[in-house]
Write a protein that binds this ligand. Structure first.
Ligand code: SAM
Ligand code: ZN
Length: 162
């Protein structure tokens, strides 16, 4: 299977972590930057893969689910396949993209105009459990310090203020 590509992006070394995805030209707000593809699996299989990943890497559930996206009530997409170029997109606390489900396909959509050379990012939406196992290196001005869904930020701020 050939790796997915898009007129908008290229993969190269990232200041956030290892490899990342970068805009190779200006991207208009609302554009479909790249499709997040993978293997269509049942929820039961997704749970099994997350657990296997956890015990292998001694990681928590959110890490096990790094590549797993909800497709519908019965199925998920496991993006941990070599042809899914979108798997190189890093997390940011000030992301310029978000993942959206559009007619059975997961798309990485530009939330704002993205300039040539900017790194493509979205919020991974990690849960609160074991947040401290996932320090964030996004470098954005309002980085909360951990890879965490924005809805959990108030809880984390309370803990940090103590
Ligand atoms: C889906 S991969 C992203 C691509 C990754 N940079 C690579 O080269 O394979 C997810 C992993 O990248 C790392 N990562 C992504 N965003 C990060 C961030 N903001 N801060 C620290 N590590 C990050 C974490 O190790 C995470 O488990
Ligand atoms: Zn951050």
């Amino acid at each position: 299977m050939e790796a997915t590509t898009s007129e908008y992006i290229e993969v190269r070394e990232s200041g956030i972590h290892n490899l990342g995805v970068y805009a190779k030209k200006d991207i208009p707000k609302g554009a479909r930057v790249i499709e997040y593809v993978g293997e269509r699996i049942t929820k039961a299989e997704a749970d099994r893969r997350s657990e296997a990943h956890m015990s292998l890497a001694d990681n928590d559930d959110s890490n096990g689910r790094v590549y797993i996206f909800e497709l519908n009530k019965s199925h998920d997409i496991d993006g941990n396949v070599p042809w899914n170029t979108a798997r190189y997109i890093n997390h940011s606390c000030s992301p310029n993209c978000e993942a959206e489900l559009i007619r059975g396909h997961i798309w990485i959509i530009a939330k704002k105009r993205i300039k040539h050379g900017e790194e493509i990012s979205y919020n991974y939406g990690y849960g609160f459990d074991d947040y401290d196992k996932h320090p964030c290196n996004c470098g954005s001005k309002n980085c909360i310090g951990y890879i965490l869904d924005k809805r959990h930020w108030p809880k984390l701020r309370k803990i940090m203020d103590r």
